[in-house]
Design a protein around this ligand. Structure first.
Ligand SMILES: [Zn+2]
Length: 204
């Protein structure tokens, strides 16, 4: 899939092969292990992250997920020393996607968490980070790309569906606040619905 089509409003924009988005930058994270049940991929968790907080565009998030962050590079990074975390994907402010973990593998993004009475959401969740903060509006490119990726994932993984997409704050309330009030769930869900409808029309 040529990169020029990635921003087109098409549910077919992202193909998934062998649990990877095709045509995106791939940086394998060592912070990964096997899911207890590789067939149970049934939740999509949306996160927000920036390093340092509120600064966008650098490589620090990728460094963190690859275990290569220089924790002396900024005073805010000291508490991150030794932290081993990852996510399946990051969507940057300009809509660029970086994938770090194959979707059938367990990424380490949710931490202590619970969804509908079930704990350890990393076991069965895909984690997507948006570069941002809780109170900075996410970009139009991020909404468009997230909706395209979510559309591709819900099509590819039958146990995932539009009503099984949550924020980190929803599965770790009181502990996590991302993606925060800046994330417009109504807008995201309307875009996802368009994706899904387009996909259905293409299959008619
Ligand atoms: Zn988070």
């Amino acid at each position: 899939m040529p990169k020029s089509t990635l921003t087109a409003k098409s549910a077919a924009a992202f193909a998934i092969k062998q649990h990877r988005l095709q045509g995106v930058r791939y940086c394998p994270s060592p912070h990964v292990d096997a899911r207890p049940d590789p067939n149970d991929i049934s939740l999509l968790v949306v996160h927000g992250i920036s390093l340092p907080a509120g600064q966008f565009g650098g490589e620090f998030i990728t460094d963190l997920f690859l275990g290569e962050l220089d924790c002396t590079a900024h005073s805010e990074f000291a508490p991150l020393e030794g932290l081993r975390v990852s996510a399946h994907c990051l969507i940057r402010r300009d809509g660029e996607i970086i994938q770090y973990v194959d979707f059938d593998q367990r990424a380490w993004h949710a931490g202590v968490s619970s969804w509908q009475g079930r704990e350890r959401c990393n076991d069965f969740a895909i984690g997507i980070e948006l570069e941002g903060t809780d109170n900075t509006p996410y970009t139009e490119s991020q909404y468009q790309v997230l909706a395209q990726v979510a559309g591709a994932l819900t099509k590819h993984y039958p146990r995932l569906s539009a009503d099984r997409i949550v924020g980190h704050e929803d599965i770790a309330p009181g502990r996590k606040t991302d993606p925060g009030p800046a994330f417009n769930w109504d807008y995201f869900r309307s875009l996802l619905q368009q994706e899904t409808q387009q996909e259905a029309q293409q299959e008619d």
